[in-house]
Structure formats: C-alpha cells, structure tokens
Write a protein that binds this ligand. Structure first.
Ligand code: FES
Ligand SMILES: [Fe+2]
Length: 449
C-alpha cells in the first residue's frame, strides 16, 4: 500500500509536491488509505450551531463517510453521534433534521435520548433479565469542538484540541465566520443542507477552492452574463477597482490549509457599491463596511475570499458565504454537502436578496458551480485513463516565490504566502496529503526550492 503512495506524487527538489500521479485521484487503494491515514486523523466540519439553536434540535451530517446525528441535547450541549443503533447498526434517525427528545430505532425499538444514552430496551426484564447495562450501549460519540459557531468532530482521541490543531490558520476560519461588520460569529445558515453527488474525486473540489485563481476561463460565460447584484457584469460582489490591493495565497503548511485573500494597501478604504440593484441591501453593506473598518483597524485590509481547510472543508466568503464539504464515497465519487450562510444580524430583505444570489452562484443549480463540476467530472475521466497512468498532473505554476509570514505580521508565523495566480496553495495541500499518507502528522515543510 505504501508503495502506491510513494509514487502518487513526484516531488521536485525542495519539499513540496509539484507533480501528482493520476492514481491519486482514481485508485481505490489510495482512496481506502485516505480514509485511515487522513480522514480518521483530522478534525472534520459537520455543521453550524445556528442549525440547532434549541434543545432537542438535530440534523444529519457526515463525519468522513459516516452518517452522524448532530444534536443539541436537553442539557444544551452539542453532540455528534454515529447514526447507528448499538443493537444491529440500523440508522436510529431517518429525518434530515428536526427536534426530538429521543431517537427510537425502527428495527427492534431500542430508544436513545438526545444525548445518546440508551433509555429504552424492549423486553428488558424478560429478555435480558434486567442485566443489560444500558450505560455501555449509548450511541457512539465523537469528540466535538465548537469554533465561532462552526461545529467540528473527530473520533481520534490523540488529536490536539481543535484550536491547537488549526493553529495560525484559525485566522481564515474566524474571519469567514464573522459578519460583514467584522463582528465574530456573524453568520447563520439558510435552513437545510444541499446534498448531491458528483462524479469526481474529492480532492478536485478541495484543491480548486484552496486557491485556483488560474481557472478564470472556466467562468467566462457567467462573468459575461453577470449574476451579481451590482447592476454590472460579473459574478462577484466585492470591489477591487478603486482601492489598490494585492491578491495573496495564504497557506499554512503545518496543517495543509490555504485561503485566497485580497489585501488592500490602505487602511480605512471607502465603500464602493457592488449591490446597486437593491438600495436597502447596499445600505446594509455600506454601514457594515464602515463598522468593520472601525472594529478591525489594520486587519480590515484583509478580505477573505475563500479557501480550503485540510482535508475536505472549503468555503467561499466575501458575500458568497457558503461551505462545501467534500465527502469521498469512492475514488471517483464525492457527495457534496453545501451550507449557505447569511449575516445573522442583517434585515430580512438583505437575507432574501443574498439567498437568491447564493443559489444563482453555487450548489447543484448554481451557474458558477456548474462550470466547476463539469471540469472536475471530465478531469476525473482523465485521471482514470489507463494509457496515461505514467503521466502526472502539473502543479508548478508560480513556483518558488512564496515567503513566510509576509507581508503583514498578523497572518501568523505559520503563514507561507505567495501572490497572484499560482498553484502555491495546492502545493501546500498536497504536501500535507503526502505526509499524512506516509504516516506523518504533518509539520512544517521547508521553503520552496
Ligand atoms: S437494530 Fe436497533 S433495535 Fe435492533
Ligand atoms: Fe470555479
């Protein structure tokens, strides 16, 4: 098995993977090893606290490929539990979401409270002689971390606490989860999770959203059509027109995480409307912009556009707030779970306008996402071509220009940054992938050669 992984990347001088064998995307052996070496050893996103505001609220999500119940118990605590009865493994919950004090298995009716404890067993006295120790047969629980509204889980007891695990990359996640006014915990989920299956490997989505600014040609048609609310052409709702800025690829090699960021040159920049078709939405974002400038000071120059936290969590920020979870079902099949977010303190008409925009943009019917999905499906076909197995994919774009903790200190010592159109973040992603596939927890790869 390890031999297959060693040929999966072809590292050039320096430590970062720059060529990836097609088998990394198409081999079922590599897929199975990823489950053990990566997904079982990472904190994974499962949802957002705004989905379960009340005691007894729950929804179904995925922890790697396993279905889990994410529930707020009667004690107010958030838990992540395998949706699998302890008697024969049947799913004890068959609703996507709801509110329940108990989950009763439909097979033999073992009943679990919303904290996972086994509270009801038919024929308990006659069949088990009253001897069944219920405390030993609770639903299987994961470790849980709540971070500014987001919920993460793992079954690995040896992993460090979530914030230590994330380290400096917490900046990207915390910023994403804040509102447009810069206040922490500023988002809420639009009810429900979109779930659909795409015919491609999970890594195509993760690496693309980590920082593929190179694929602009894919979206020419939707750029021409224009789906933003600016009244102009285009698909985005941020401006870079009147404010000098640079586009940075901010990667955190210790964890394999990376984000796409606009860094404005000057603090306190003016607001430029990108929501012109809807005056009340425009007013909301204008006020939020100045509130953010005031709240964050120099850090307001940082404008988070999106990224991927290793391994399978991707987010779009900057007015297109959504999260994709790439759930690997097989080497060539991925279930996508998509959460859409709006600022929770915004007026309802702003939330409504955003919901329309988000659904035009992303998800199975989103015009931008359809471009991407078509690419990844056809790339998957290419990854599986038997006659091309010896020809790897190329990840050399803009190689060798990254620097540590540059150009602003608050990105953190662990930030390895490069500028413009580049495959820097993908190289960092695959360096982490390779180190974990070879049984290492990570660490800090050296500077690019
Ligand atoms: S499988 Fe759940 S009660 Fe038997
Ligand atoms: Fe795209």
């Amino acid at each position: 098995m390890m031999g297959q992984v060693e040929v999966a990347t072809r590292t050039m001088p320096g430590t970062e993977a720059e060529m990836i064998d097609r088998a990394a995307f198409s081999s079922e052996d590599i897929y199975r090893q990823e489950q053990l070496a990566i997904f079982a050893k990472s904190w994974l996103f499962v949802g957002h606290e705004s989905q379960i505001p009340n005691k007894g609220d729950f929804f179904l999500s995925r922890l790697s490929t396993d279905q889990v119940i994410v529930a707020r118990g009667n004690d107010g605590q958030v838990r992540v539990m395998l949706n699998s009865c302890r008697h024969r493994g049947m799913a004890v919950c068959r609703y996507d979401k709801g509110n329940a004090a108990r989950f009763t298995c439909a097979y033999h009716a073992w009943t679990f409270a919303n904290d996972g404890s086994l509270v009801g067993v038919p024929r308990s006295s006659e069949g088990y002689g009253g001897q069944l120790d219920r405390s030993q047969w609770s639903l299987i629980q994961a470790r849980v971390a709540c971070f500014h509204g987001s919920i993460w889980a793992t079954f690995d007891e040896s992993l460090p606490a979530f914030e230590d695990y994330l380290s400096d990359a917490a900046l990207l996640l915390r910023d994403f989860l804040s509102g447009p006014d810069g206040e922490d915990d500023g988002l809420e989920v639009i009810d429900g999770i979109s779930k659909w299956i795409i015919p491609s490997n999970w890594k195509f989505g993760a690496e693309n959203m980590a920082g593929d600014l190179y694929h602009e040609p894919s979206h020419f048609s939707v750029e021409r059509l224009g789906i933003s609310l600016s009244g102009e052409k285009g698909r985005h709702v941020w401006d870079t027109v009147d404010s000098p800025s640079r586009i940075l690829n901010v990667a955190y090699p210790a964890g394999g995480h990376g984000g796409r960021v606009t860094l404005y040159e000057k603090e306190g920049r003016e607001y430029h409307s990108m929501w012109g078709l809807n005056p009340s939405v425009d007013e909301y974002f204008r006020n939020a912009h100045y509130a953010r400038n005031e709240r964050l000071g120099d850090r307001a120059r940082f404008y988070n556009r999106g990224g991927s936290l290793f391994p399978n969590f991707s987010y779009n920020a900057a007015g297109r707030w959504s999260v994709s979870l790439w759930v690997p079902l097989s080497a060539g099949k991925t279930e996508v779970l998509r959460w859409y977010f709006v600022p929770k303190r915004a007026p309802q008409d702003v939330k409504d306008a955003l919901r329309s925009y988000l659904l035009r943009y992303a998800g199975p019917a989103g015009m931008v996402e359809q471009d991407d999905t078509e690419n990844w499906a056809m790339a998957q076909t290419g990854a599986a071509l038997a006659s091309a197995a010896q020809h790897p994919f190329n990840y050399e774009l803009n190689r060798g220009k990254a620097q540590w903790a540059w150009p602003v200190s608050w990105l953190g010592d662990g930030a390895f940054v490069d500028e413009g159109v580049s495959e820097h973040n993908q190289r960092i992603f695959y360096a982490k992938w390779l180190s974990m596939m070879n049984g290492q927890g990570g660490g800090r790869p050296g500077v690019e050669g």
